[in-house]
Ligand binder design. Structure first.
Ligand code: AP5
Length: 220
């Protein structure tokens, strides 16, 4: 199953992507997670990406296309990790990235099976992002208002400390939402014009309900 999740910041792409990955035994490829790891490790990619991410801007297309090629392919064939499929979360975000992805998937003979668009109203997105906390140890995602951990500040799964993302400040969130509307939302129409099925899901419901709706569409 080769899946792509599209949606605004805070729509729940990461949350639903992790559930889909578990359900189908395939990797979730989150470009945001890959970039944050690169920033933490201080690699050349991380050094290039950090200022864009902190400002809520997009990392340049050529950097992102290079990164996704590295993750998905190995000498023009699918990378071993994606042999059984993948869930893309956070890529593509621009028309140029979408066209580049199409070429790449064509080259390795792994077209997308479905695009899932998760929609959530802006006021809910802002509340979700301001309450998001992530485990610094295992990456599990919580929300202090909506999906709180059992013990404040501590991960239910591994006991690690929960931290806020630096780009979840009010001003940066506003910029990320603007960029989504200007550059990423038009990709919905791009995929609707393609042969790939596009499923729209109301993401303003409890996590399990959103998950059931997505599975229902994929398995119907
Ligand atoms: P990225 O990490 O991809 O951030 P994003 O797209 O802004 O998405 P988020 O991770 O904020 O939200 P999400 O939809 O995954 O929601 P989540 O499940 O976490 O990118 C970060 C930055 O990296 C970008 O700004 C850019 O600079 C750079 N970047 C990355 N990819 C790039 C690319 N391709 N090109 C250029 N630059 C790129 O949920 C959010 C919160 O809501 C959580 O607290 C969660 O617990 C809660 N929640 C989720 N679902 C529900 C629900 N149903 N009900 C209640 N609460 C819920």
């Amino acid at each position: 199953m080769n899946l792509l999740l599209l949606g605004a910041p805070g729509a729940g792409k990461g949350t639903q992507g992790a559930l889909l990955a578990e359900r189908y035994g395939i990797p979730k490829i989150s470009t945001g997670d890959l970039l944050r790891e690169a920033v933490r490790e201080g690699t050349p990619l991380g050094q290039k990406a950090k200022s864009y991410m902190d400002a809520g801007e997009l990392v340049p297309d050529e950097v992102m296309l290079g990164l996704i090629q590295e993750v998905l392919t190995e000498d023009g064939t699918p990378d071993e990790a994606v042999e059984r499929g993948f869930v893309l979360d956070g890529f593509p975000r621009t028309l140029r990235q979408a066209e580049g992805l199409d070429r790449l998937l064509d080259e390795i003979g792994r077209p997308l099976d479905a695009v899932i668009v998760v929609s959530v109203p802006d006021d809910v997105l802002i509340r979700r992002l301001s309450g998001r906390r992530t485990c610094a140890n295992c990456g599990a995602v919580y929300n202090v208002y909506l999906e709180p951990p059992r013990t404040a500040g501590t991960c239910d799964r591994c006991g690690g400390p929960l931290v806020e993302r630096p780009d979840d400040t009010a001003a940066t969130v506003r910029r990320r939402l603007e960029i989504y509307q200007e550059q990423t939302e038009p990709l919905i129409a791009y995929y609707e014009r393609s042969r790939t099925p596009v499923y729209r899901v109301d993401g303003d419901r409890p996590v399990e309900e959103v998950q059931r709706a997505i599975m229902g569409l994929l398995e119907s």
